[in-house]
Design a protein around this ligand. Sequence first.
Ligand code: GAL
Length: 682
Amino acid sequence: MVDPHPRWLRWPSEAQRGRLAFGADYNPDQWPREVWDEDVRLMRAAGVNVVSLAIFSWARIQPTEDTWDFGWLDDVMDLLHANGIAVDLATATASPPPWLTAKHPDILPVTANGETLWPGARQHWRPTSPIFREYALRLVRVMAQRYAGHPALAAWHVSNELGCHNVYDYSDDAARAFRSWLRARYGTLDKLNEAWATSFWAQRYSAWEQILPPRLAATHPNPTQQLDFKRFSSDALRDYLRAERDLLRAITPDVPVTTNFMVMAETKGMDYASWAAEVDFVANDHYVRPGPQALDELSFSANLTGHLAGGHPWFLMEHSTSAVNWQPINIAKRSGELLRDSLTHVAHGADAVCFFQWRQSAGGAEKYHSAMLPHAGADSDVFRSVTQLGQALDALAPVAGSVRRPARAAILFDWNSWWASEADSHPTSRLRYRQEALDWYSAFLTLGVRVDVLPAAAAFENYDLVVAPVLHVVPAPLVERLTRYAAGGGHLVTTYFSGIVNEHDHIWLGGYPGALRDILGVRIEEFSPLLDHDTVELDNGVTGTLWTDRIDLVDPAVEVLAWYKSGEHTGRPAITRRPVGDGSAAYVSTRLGPAGLRPVLEELLAAAGLHSELPAEIRGHVELAMRETDVAQFLFLINRTDEPVDLSAIDGEPLVGAGTEATASPEPLTLAPRGVAVLRRT
Ligand code: GAL
């Protein structure tokens, strides 16, 4: 059971406790004053109780270096407060105004190719620019002092999606900051030279000033330099977050501070596992990528966010009511999906459901992005669904403050392995770290078995089964932890290209999978990646792609769970499992995808004594997620299909009914297509 009162969890205002927060980014500065009255009237009608304000308002608040215009923001704050709507107030530093970039073009980010990212869009600032920081912190100070005592102020929203467009900056500011970061990490140039293996290609440094970010080079830049630059870039933004946060805490010590993370498919640059402890509560933005695993990916991201938050409630700061504007083709959500997607986040611990944005813009780059109040106005299906969601969140008030109920199985997610395994100059450029982790997650969902997605540094020792897909970077202490885990009765599962390098991206020598060779009891001399259209058959009926290994068994106790029956390694082991004390260590040497992983996982779960908590008939049709308090359990049952699902075998008092209608239903439950039911057990 997680600690119910962590020191760092400070929720936006007492008034928000005991209910789920509901709202959006609110951009009243895009609209004339008379529209605001309609906004708050409709917000109330929909049940909105919180908005994020002033995210992109720097140029409006500070029209020139020496003038300030707070009148409009004062009015909006007062209006929202008078209508019972709390404000998550942005520091407004996300996008610098034209006067600032005109005066100081050296705050603009520079790409690896040396191109400047000019103003005209947003977030065009260098995370390491001392000049940008000076201007931004001046604004933060003025904002904090002005609104310190305002009754609407519930939380601070630092910048916006830090790193969304500017995580990698290769400017001279970045070069200087990178060198300081490296000095702190390595202390001496000798240590850096050793870690970066600079004897290779005559790269040895004799002075710190010679070191640069990995700018466009003749061919593959030094891999450890690249990995360290990724670590540095994530840390540089975190450092910026700390600077705004510390100033806010000094001026308004009682107001919690957050920033919106982007735990979602395409966002790779920020190691949020190292950011989570910096905020008073974790907030996340999530957008669905259409495709066969869209809902699984949403659940995976929400699950991981819940564990970044240590199992405690977190804040869904943005998602969309319907289409976005930034994918190649932007499709509208289908009926039921708005409610289902929102409640899937709640199922994984969100105590707030917010959208980008309240009112759909009439102009600007996001005018085709959906909102709570669409171009069509309140007489629209989107607004009716929004209102229905508001009612569902009201009915779910008892869930507020509850924690995630831990599963018995976990998937480990590690940013260092993500970064390093997808680097250039590797056996294949096709490996996708997050996709492999997601495929395992989909296999769990198909089998109806709950699983927690944990950052690799989290405590996994109490789980019965731990899957560590493509755990590529394994520093010595992690080898020890994993070895102790299996020896202590845990069941460890890992895959191809795991255990290969240490924290400096140096190979663990002696045969692959290096650091995990002993515990797995297998040895591989050479990697055997597959060409794009090549496949291999396994004797358990599944098909591998992407990767294979020529496995030698080095421990006679190792069992072979599946053999290659086609390809170069025909007749050799493809999936192995080594008993270790009461536990085991299994190795899957090829990419099987969600369907191929399903029978493999089924066998691994059975050996670990793990079973689905759902009746057999509905496994795979329904995702089960659970939250709990000291006195109640909440079962979230999410229909993953477009067919109705019979839930009559499951007990519990319905808080939210089973259809797309968000009403409690006393009848035995049938989940409508894409429906969600929430049952309470006391
Ligand atoms: C987020 C951003 C919002 C909006 C949204 C559109 O990245 O924070 O301001 O742009 O995406 O999906």
